[in-house]
Design a protein around this ligand. Structure first.
Ligand SMILES: [Zn+2]
Length: 498
C-alpha cells in the first residue's frame, strides 16, 4: 500500500500595525493635472531644459510616469530579474546625459550606480548615497482589484506592487538626481544614485555583493534609504520619523524530540505536546523594556504629538515608580511601540507529524526574533530554555539575518538638513529619530561608518502603509508628489554649494 506523507505546516503570519493612525493630506497639486501627465506610457525625460532652478512640479509629473513604468517591470523576488528594471533606469539616465554602470552578481541581478561629481577629486567621506531597492515581494493576484503590475491610477491612487516599497522611493531618488543634473547647480559633494537587487530576501545578490565587491562605487559618508515614515494624524502631519537605527533579525528553531509510536497508545513524551507547551510559554513571555538613545528621543518627541492621556503615559516610561505600568499601557496601546521597547519573539511556523495515527519522534517550530541593536541572542535563548524547562526541547540558531550596527548620528549635517527641510515642507511637524522594527539595507552601511537615514518621504495613511507587502498596495498621487518635493529639498539643502 502506498504511504503518503502528510506534513502539517502551520504558518502564523503576525502582522504589526503601523505606529499610529494617519489621514489623507491636503493636496498641493490639482489631481486632474497629475492624471493627465500620468496617462503617458513614456517618460518625458528630456523635455525640461537645464535651468538654474529645476522645475520641481514638472519633475514630479515625470517621476510619476517613471514609477508607473518601474511597477510594470515585474521584479518579484524570487527570482527578481531586477536588471531589466536597471536597464530601464540606465535608459532614462542616458537621455539626461548621465553615465551609469551596472554590475551583475548572478545572472539578471546586481545593482546600478551613477554619480554627479562635485569636482575632479572625489571625497567619499563627504559623498551622499541615494539608494532604493529594485525588487518587490510576491503577490496573490486573485486578491487584487487591479493588475498588480499594471500601475493603474484610480482617483488619487496609483496601484501596484512596489508603489510604496520601494519603487516609489526609487522613482523619487531618480527625480531628485535628474533635477540636480538639469539645474546645473554646483554641488559641494558627490551625489550617488544607487539601486540594488534582493533587499527582500537577505541581499546576497544585491547589497552584500555591492558592499563586499564594489565598495569603491558606493563609498559615501552619508546615505538616504527607505525605513522611516511621514505620519499623518487628524488631517495634518503628526511627525516625520527618520530611521537612524534598526533591530536585528534572528530565526531560532525550537525542536522537541520523543519516542515515535502507535497513536492508539498515548505517550507522555509525545513531542507534539511538548513543543506546543514550549511555544505557549515562549509566546506568553515578555522581555524587559530597554531604551537606547534613538528610542529615548523618539518617545520623548512623540509624547508632545499625542493626546493628553497617551502623552502622559509615554512621559512616564522609565520613571522609577510608574515606569512598569506606563510600559504596559504604551505596549498595549500600539504593537509597534511595544516592539520598539524590547526584544520580541514571534512564533511563525510549526511542523510535525507524518500521518494522523503515528506519534512522530520530532516536532519543530520557528521563532522569528528581533533584537534591539547591541543585544545578544545567547542570554535570551538561555532565558527561554530556563522558562521552557523541558529536557526534551532544544533550541537551534539559524544563520543571522543581519548584524547589530551603531546608530546614525542625530547631530550630523544631513540630519540637520532633514530637520530644516521638514520645517519648510511640513510646518509644525517635528522630526523624530526612529528605530525600525524591521531590517533594511542600511545596516551594512552603518557598519562602515556611513551616516545612513531611512525616510519614506510620502505622507501616508495608516491604511496605505498597511498595504505594503499585502494586497492592493497603492500610493496617493499627491503624497508621491509631496515626497519628491521633500527629498529634493533635503538633497539641495545638503549637497548644493551655497
Ligand atoms: Zn523595502
Amino acid at each position: 500500500m502506498a504511504r503518503t506523507t502528510l506534513r502539517i505546516v502551520i504558518r502564523l503570519f503576525l502582522t504589526l500595525a503601523s505606529a499610529a493612525p494617519v489621514y489623507a493630506q491636503n493636496h498641493a497639486q490639482p489631481p486632474a493635472r497629475v492624471l493627465g501627465q500620468a496617462s503617458s506610457n513614456q517618460a518625458t525625460a528630456s523635455q525640461a531644459p537645464p535651468s538654474s532652478s529645476a522645475d520641481i512640479s514638472q519633475i514630479e509629473s515625470e517621476a510619476l510616469v517613471w514609477l508607473q513604468n518601474l511597477i510594470r517591470i515585474n521584479t518579484t523576488n524570487p527570482p527578481g530579474n531586477e536588471l531589466v528594471a536597471a536597464k530601464y533606469l540606465a535608459g532614462v539616465l542616458d537621455q539626461e546625459g548621465i553615465h551609469s554602470e551596472t554590475f551583475e552578481s548572478t545572472p539578471g541581478r546586481g545593482f546600478l550606480v551613477a554619480r554627479l561629481s562635485a569636482n575632479s577629486m572625489p571625497d567619499p567621506s563627504r559623498a551622499l548615497l541615494l539608494m532604493a531597492h529594485l525588487d518587490v515581494v510576491g503577490v496573490d493576484k486573485t486578491k487584487w482589484t487591479t493588475d498588480p503590475f499594471g500601475a493603474v491610477i484610480q482617483g488619487n491612487y496609483l496601484y501596484g506592487r512596489g508603489a510604496i516599497d520601494d519603487k516609489g522611493m526609487l522613482a523619487t531618488n531618480l527625480a531628485v538626481f535628474v533635477a540636480l543634473k538639469r539645474s546645473g547647480v554646483r554641488l559641494n559633494r558627490d551625489v550617488i544614485f544607487f539601486t540594488e537587487s534582493d533587499e527582500e530576501a537577505g541581499g546576497t545578490a544585491g547589497m552584500k555583493f555591492a558592499v563586499e565587491k564594489h565598495w569603491d562605487k558606493i563609498a559615501a559618508g552619508y546615505a538616504l534609504n527607505e525605513g522611516g515614515q511621514v505620519v499623518l494624524k487628524n488631517g495634518k502631519t503628526q511627525y516625520i520619523g527618520v530611521q537612524a537605527s534598526e533591530k536585528v533579525m534572528q530565526n531560532v528553531d525550537v525542536i522537541a524530540t520523543g519516542t515515535s509510536g502507535h497513536a492508539s497508545i498515548p505517550r507522555k513524551d509525545n513531542p507534539v505536546a511538548h513543543l506546543a507547551a514550549a511555544i505557549a510559554k515562549i509566546a506568553a513571555y515578555e522581555t524587559p523594556v530597554q531604551f537606547n538613545s534613538v528610542t529615548r528621543a523618539f518617545f520623548d518627541g512623540l509624547a508632545a504629538t499625542e493626546d493628553e492621556d497617551t502623552g502622559k503615559w509615554i512621559r512616564a516610561l522609565g520613571s522609577p515608580d510608574r515606569g512598569d505600568h506606563a510600559a504596559r499601557w504604551v505596549s498595549d496601546a500600539n504593537p509597534t511601540w511595544n516592539a520598539m521597547l524590547r526584544d520580541t519573539i514571534s512564533p511563525t511556523m510549526l511542523q510535525a507529524g507524518i500521518r494522523q495515527n503515528v506519534i512522530p519522534s520530532e516536532a519543530r517550530g520557528v521563532l522569528n526574533i528581533r533584537l534591539l541593536p547591541g543585544n545578544q541572542l545567547d542570554p535570551l535563548i538561555a532565558k527561554l530554555q530556563q522558562l521552557v524547562n523541558d529536557p526534551q526541547v532544544r533550541f537551534e540558531t539559524e544563520t543571522a539575518g543581519g548584524e547589530s550596527a551603531p546608530s546614525s548620528s542625530l547631530t550630523s549635517d544631513l540630519y540637520t538638513s532633514i530637520i530644516h527641510t521638514a520645517g519648510r515642507t511640513f510646518p509644525g511637524a517635528p522630526v523624530l529619530p526612529y528605530m525600525s522594527t524591521f531590517t533594511t539595507d542600511s545596516w551594512p552601511l552603518r557598519m562602515r561608518n556611513v551616516q545612513a537615514y531611512g525616510l519614506l518621504p510620502f505622507p501616508l495613511t495608516d491604511e496605505d502603509v498597511a498595504r505594503m507587502h499585502a494586497d492592493n498596495e497603492r500610493i496617493p498621487v499627491d503624497s508621491f508628489r509631496k515626497g519628491v518635493e521633500f527629498l529634493y529639498g533635503i538633497v539641495t539643502d545638503f549637497a548644493v554649494a551655497k
